[in-house]
Design a protein around this ligand. Structure first.
Ligand SMILES: C[S@@+](CC[C@H](N)C(=O)[O-])C[C@H]1O[C@@H](n2cnc3c(N)ncnc32)[C@H](O)[C@@H]1O
Length: 264
């Protein structure tokens, strides 16, 4: 899709995000603009792409060099804006692969000047032994010569801890309060439910939860219904035919307790 059209659609999504949190739209759009103007981050991405392309040429790694972050899906941009808005101390994500989300989250934390990202992913190529969701294909297998998070530039790693192993085993050991949680590991229905069950008591009162690939399972929607949370559902910015892609819910959204989503 044309980068200009992506930008216009991204702006609409940012408007939705501002509305959902009751935040001033212009200020939130300004955060997106700040990301678009961030030449240091774009340079770091291009350096990583150039390094990784010898091992991996799929997706974003096909490009010689990017002239804008708009080449990435809206989810990455949304995460940047969210982290700048919410100023989390502790962000937890499951599922890193090449580190697209990771890089954008870390860039926002760097700009915030505070906060830490804890990323959970499997040990190297453990994924090949697992019985995964049928939509996975081979797109998550780390290419030889690279490791999880291979798009994350060294400059961004100060506020980053990568925890290796099956998330159902590693997440229970996590002992910090979580301000933002993003699920993007195994999207099988019961797997997702279990991740949310594990992290639920660790969430701060004002936390925000997210999940990727909503169209793979109804699990995130189920979490929202059972916990009476108003979800914000974001579509891909047209790149994959407007699929419902990213779900977000804020534990303090004023409409949460008024919800009667079941049986309505
Ligand atoms: C869709 S990819 C993540 C994409 C990434 N968030 C991004 O921004 O591009 C899914 C990742 O989940 C990891 N994963 C799958 N099953 C897992 C499990 N049981 N525990 C931890 N990580 C898992 C895979 O190794 C893979 O890196």
């Amino acid at each position: 899709m044309d980068a200009f059209i992506c930008r216009e659609i991204n702006k609409m999504t940012i408007t939705l995000l501002a509305d959902y949190f009751g935040a001033p739209e212009l200020e939130i759009q300004q955060i997106y603009q700040e990301l678009l103007d961030d030449k240091q981050f774009l340079g770091e991405i291009n350096q990583q792409l150039a390094f990784c392309r010898q091992y991996h040429q799929k997706g974003i790694f096909r490009h010689e060099s990017l002239d804008s972050v708009d080449w990435f899906g809206i989810q990455r941009i949304l995460l940047y804006v969210l982290v700048r808005m919410r100023q989390p101390e502790v962000f937890v994500e499951t599922g890193v692969f090449y580190g697209g989300n990771t890089a954008f989250i870390l860039n926002a934390l760097r700009r915030n000047g505070k906060g830490h990202l804890y990323s959970f992913d499997l040990a190297a190529n453990e994924i090949q032994d697992l019985n995964r969701h049928h939509l996975v294909g081979d797109s998550e297998i780390i290419p030889a010569g690279l490791d999880v998070g291979f798009m994350v530039h060294e400059n961004l790693k100060k506020a980053w801890t990568l925890i290796r192993g099956h998330s159902h085993q590693t997440l229970p050991l996590f002992d910090k309060q979580i301000d933002i949680f993003m699920h993007d590991s195994d999207h099988a229905h019961n797997f997702v439910l279990r991740e949310f069950e594990i992290i639920w008591p660790k969430l701060s009162e004002n936390a925000v939860i997210l999940a990727d690939d909503l169209n793979w399972a109804n699990a995130f929607f189920q979490v929202c219904v059972e916990r009476r949370l108003l979800p914000l559902i974001i579509t891909d910015n047209g790149k994959s035919g407007l699929l419902a892609r990213t779900g977000l819910a804020w534990l303090q959204h004023p409409a949460n307790t008024k919800l009667d989503m079941v049986g309505g």
